[in-house]
Design a protein around this ligand. Structure first.
Ligand code: NAD
Length: 478
């Protein structure tokens, strides 16, 4: 597999002569080494993106040609789903099925936006007979994009496709923990014959290459998906340049389960929301559950019984339900949170320790009950298979608990009463609200954060407008 940086339309030999190792979290084996981009590669990547932007390649491209290019990329992503999915699974631990699904989802994203290239309509503002006024959507310029490790192939596709529609050219950094699968994009861009410079892929550690990319004056816009801590650093670092940023950050998403909910559905959704997707290492994990006492015993009994039976193991095994955590550091971080949960007085209802299988970074599904609202485990994003359960009496109290963290990414409401669901959805501070399920998603649906979960929207038509700026043109006719 290609392990070099992709700059100006081709993979280039390393200038920095540095590389980084990629480790399989299921067994600590080396997956491969990838070239690390340092100053020379970064300068070249920005130069290439700037040249492509100044040539107006994406802005002036015939929308039909842009559409054909994006559909060709989608077709190639489908062609490479098996080999790509396998490598992604080795790098980041998810099941091969989930990883092939990520390639499929990325293909769907390129297809969806391929259909949008000729549908962005600008506005003509009615203003009488003396003047003529219109507003157009324009790109920012060169966009720096930084991708997290948990869904690297799908997040890459969303960032790139939306930005190309608007006309931004790109320098993108995949995550250091699983960068190799992202190089399928470089291979695909070469095969499809994507114009030079509209996308450049540079690899490296966040604290080295990431920092250098952010500090560099070559970017006009930054798109970042990752932790709020790094987003805050980016804002401080770019404060003097006053460039726009688009942030999709962490979450502490809560489900409210009312007494009239379908309990079996709520239990299935909890397992799907916190344990099965990547062992809870997902921004929209159902890491909090707010349950009415009338149904709590039944919910907890069923949840604990089903969760205890989940199969923990490597993503290579088709029956695995809980895959590894990404690193030993993440195991330590989750263990520290679990210890703090016990100290807070919460009741440990299930799990609470590393799995007996020490070959990989496996952690047992963990459920805390009766969690104090201000406990650290109730407030911080843990990013592991750990959820906290709370009690509520009144609907207002449920909303208060749901809104009690600094995050606001996703949320859920389980009730058979549509009016109550609507009332609840209107009061929860989050960018996505699911009703009677967790993960009702699609490329055509916009999402994003409230509060510390970020700003800007991705997905659907809203996503396109979120990655550009408008310009008003006003003409006096007489
Ligand atoms: P992270 O913030 O540690 O890293 C994200 C990316 O930033 C990586 O590519 C990393 O190399 C880079 N980076 C790290 N430090 C940097 C620095 N100082 N300067 C520039 N770049 C730097 O996050 P992660 O561990 O990769 O991902 C987990 C986080 O991402 C969680 O908080 C999760 O909720 C969030 N996330 C959010 C969404 C969303 O859509 N809202 C989606 C996926 C993940």
């Amino acid at each position: 597999m290609e392990t070099r940086n992709f700059i100006n339309g081709k993979f280039i030999n390393s200038l920095s002569k540095e590389e980084l190792a990629v480790i399989n979290p299921a067994n600590q084996n080396l997956v491969g080494n990838i070239d690390q981009a340092l100053d020379d590669e970064i300068d070249l990547a920005y130069e290439s993106a700037k040249k492509a932007f100044d040539k107006r390649i994406l802005i002036d491209m015939d929308p039909k040609d842009k559409s054909r290019m994006m559909r060709a990329i989608a077709a190639k992503l489908r062609e490479y789903r098996e080999i790509g999915g396998k490598i992604l699974s080795q790098e980041n631990g998810k099941t091969i099925k989930q990883c092939m699904g990520e390639f499929d989802g990325a293909a769907d994203t390129f297809d969806f936006y391929a259909g949008m290239t000729d549908k962005i309509q600008n506005k003509l503002i009615p203003s009488g007979k003396d003047t003529f006024n219109y507003v157009i959507l324009e790109p920012f310029g060169v966009s720096l994009q930084i991708v997290p490790w948990n869904y690297p192939v799908s997040i890459f596709s969303g960032m790139v496709a939306q930005n190309w529609i608007v006309g931004n050219t790109i320098v993108i950094k995949p995550p250091e923990l699983c960068p190799i699968s992202s190089n399928f994009y470089g291979k695909i861009f070469e095969e499809v014959g994507v114009p030079e410079g509209i996308i450049n892929i540079v690899h490296g550690f966040g604290e080295v290459t990431g920092r250098k990319l952010v500090k560099h004056s070559g970017s006009d816009y930054i798109v970042f998906t990752g932790s709020p801590e790094v987003a805050s650093e980016i804002l401080k670092e770019t404060a003097d340049r006053i460039i726009p940023c688009h942030f999709e950050l962490g979450g502490k998403s809560a489900a409210i389960i009312y007494p009239d909910a379908d309990i079996d559905k709520a239990v299935e959704s909890t397992i799907k929301g916190i344990f099965k997707p990547n062992a809870g290492q997902i921004c929209v994990a159902m890491s909090r559950v707010i349950v009415h006492p009338k149904i709590k015993d039944e919910y907890m009994t069923k949840l604990v019984a089903k969760s205890a039976k989940l199969k923990i193991g490597s993503g290579e095994k088709p029956d695995t339900e809980i895959t590894p955590l990404i690193s030993k550091e993440q195991i330590q971080r989750v263990s520290n949170y679990v210890n703090s949960g016990v100290q807070s007085g919460a009741t440990l209802a299930l799990g609470g320790k590393e799995s007996d299988n020490k070959e990989g970074n496996f952690y047992e599904p963990t459920i805390f009950d009766n969690v104090p609202i201000d406990a650290t485990i109730a407030q911080d994003e843990i990013f592991g298979p750990v959820t906290s359960v709370f009690n509520f009496e009144t609907e207002d109290e449920a909303i208060k608990i749901a809104n009690s963290t600094s995050y606001g990414l996703a949320s859920g409401v389980f009730t058979s009463n549509d009016e109550k669901a609507k009332w609840t959805a209107e009061r929860i501070q989050a960018g996505i609200i699911w009703h009677n399920d967790w993960f009702v998603d699609g490329t055509n649906l916009p999402g994003g954060g409230y509060k510390k979960s970020g700003y800007g929207r991705d997905g659907g038509v809203d996503g396109i407008y979120s990655h550009g700026q408008t310009k008003r043109v006003s003409k006096r006719l007489y």
